[in-house]
Each structure stands twice: as structure tokens, then as C-alpha cells.
Design a protein around this ligand. Structure first.
Ligand code: DX5
Ligand code: ZN
Length: 218
């Protein structure tokens, strides 16, 4: 199982000073930042788009872990790849050519991921697992930060971790929503290795302490 990796969600950062929030993540020695992209349709909220990524890109070496919450993600792969996304994750729920879109993400030089809403079973992506670098299991209904962790997602994580082991696959297993030090440990025990943290990271009184505690998780 890959070592645990923290991916702070910029959605919980300071939207008037996004570059400062990105820098704060980098200065703590972290490697990833999670970028939530919302279209007001797939989820009832908006965040930011490729222009924002492009503006942040020159000032940061962080790995841009980009989570597209869009009804039509296949229409926006090129703009996000060009803007500097390193990984592009797409939801399985809308109807479009999932396999073709994953292949296109790869062809553009990015890693690719698939995302499952809480109501979507792991079986929905079983056939596509050999094609992905990451599977993101939503542990809240996407759209907003600060929601409580859905413990009922733990069996789904275990299922995906079992398939990964049994089929000799090596995708990262990421969780997103309500993740703090305690819920991260529960997800780790269920097989997760990549942890999105919005509120718990950006609102921590002592961010360095938060990162140090996280690093102690085995
Ligand atoms: C939810 C987003 C998350 C969100 C997590 O729609 O996908 O990445 O920022 O926020 P917290 O960690 O506050 O639950
Ligand atoms: Zn997200």
C-alpha cells in the first residue's frame, strides 16, 4: 500500500488570496494540492476554473490534484491539462465515454482518476480500474466543504483495496470529504493512501502540527 499522502483542498483556502494558500501548502513541505472544480449542475455550487489553475501554475511546483465535478467533464479535459493539472479525476455518474476520456487525459500527459459519489457502488468502475492512476471515494456528497464524514463509505474503500491487491493493480485510493486526523486514520485502516483535507487543514490553528500528526499515521 502506498505511503499516506495529504492533499489539502484549496476550496477551504482564502479565495481572495489563493496564491498565498497554495504557497502555505508548499511551505509545509507537502507535495500535492487538491483543486475542486464545480459547474453548478453536477453539484449545486461553483468554485474556480482552468484560468485560475493557469494563474497559480507558474508560482507552484505542487502536484495539481484536480477533481472535476462537472456534468460534461469530457468537454473540459484539454483546458485543464493545458492549465497545468497533473492529475485529472472525473466522476463516473454522468453518461459520457469514460474510457475514452481517461485515455485522452493520459494522452495529454496527465495522470487520470475516477470518482465515486457516496451513492455509487465500487462495481460501477470495476472494469475501468486497470486504466486509472487513482480512485477517489467521496466521503461526503460533493459540492461543499465542511460536511461530516460518511463512515458508511468504509466498506467501499475496503472493497476497492481488496480488488487492488487481488488484481495486482496499483492505483492510489483517495478519500475526500470530512477528513481530519481521526477520520483519516479510519480510512487508512480501510486501505486509503491519499487524503484530501479542506476544513481540517486550512482551519487548523497549527497547520505544521497537523501535518506532523498526519505524517505519524502509518
Ligand atoms: C467537496 C469537495 C472537497 C471539499 C472537502 O465537494 O470535493 O474536496 O473541499 O472539504 P472538507 O475537507 O472541508 O470536507
Ligand atoms: Zn474534491
Amino acid at each position: 500500500m502506498p505511503a499516506p499522502l495529504l492533499s489539502p483542498s484549496l476550496l477551504a483556502g482564502d479565495h481572495a488570496r489563493l496564491a498565498d494558500s497554495v504557497r502555505a501548502v508548499e511551505e509545509l513541505g507537502l507535495g500535492w494540492i487538491h483543486l475542486d472544480i464545480m459547474d453548478g449542475h453536477f453539484v449545486p455550487n461553483f468554485s474556480f476554473g482552468p484560468q485560475t489553475l493557469a494563474a497559480l501554475r507558474p508560482g507552484s511546483k505542487l502536484f495539481f490534484d484536480t477533481h472535476l465535478m462537472l456534468d460534461e467533464p469530457h468537454r473540459y479535459i484539454e483546458p485543464f491539462a493545458k492549465a497545468g493539472a497533473n492529475l485529472i479525476s472525473i466522476h463516473i455518474e454522468p453518461a459520457y465515454d469514460h474510457a475514452g476520456t481517461l485515455a485522452r487525459i493520459r494522452a495529454l500527459g496527465c495522470q487520470c482518476g475516477l470518482v465515486l459519489n457516496p451513492g455509487t457502488p465500487a462495481t460501477a468502475i470495476a472494469a475501468l480500474l486497470p486504466q486509472v492512476d487513482l480512485v477517489l471515494v467521496m466521503t461526503v456528497q460533493p459540492g461543499f466543504g465542511g460536511q461530516p464524514f460518511r463512515r458508511d463509505m468504509l466498506p467501499k474503500l475496503r472493497q476497492l483495496a481488496d480488488w487492488r491487491r487481488d488484481q495486482g493493480l496499483n492505483f492510489r485510493l483517495e478519500v475526500d470529504g470530512g477528513i481530519d486526523l481521526a477520520t483519516a486514520a479510519e480510512c487508512r485502516a480501510a486501505g486509503a493512501d491519499t487524503f484530501v483535507a479542506g476544513t481540517s487543514f486550512f482551519r487548523a490553528a497549527d497547520r505544521a502540527g497537523f501535518v506532523a500528526e498526519f505524517a505519524r499515521m502509518s
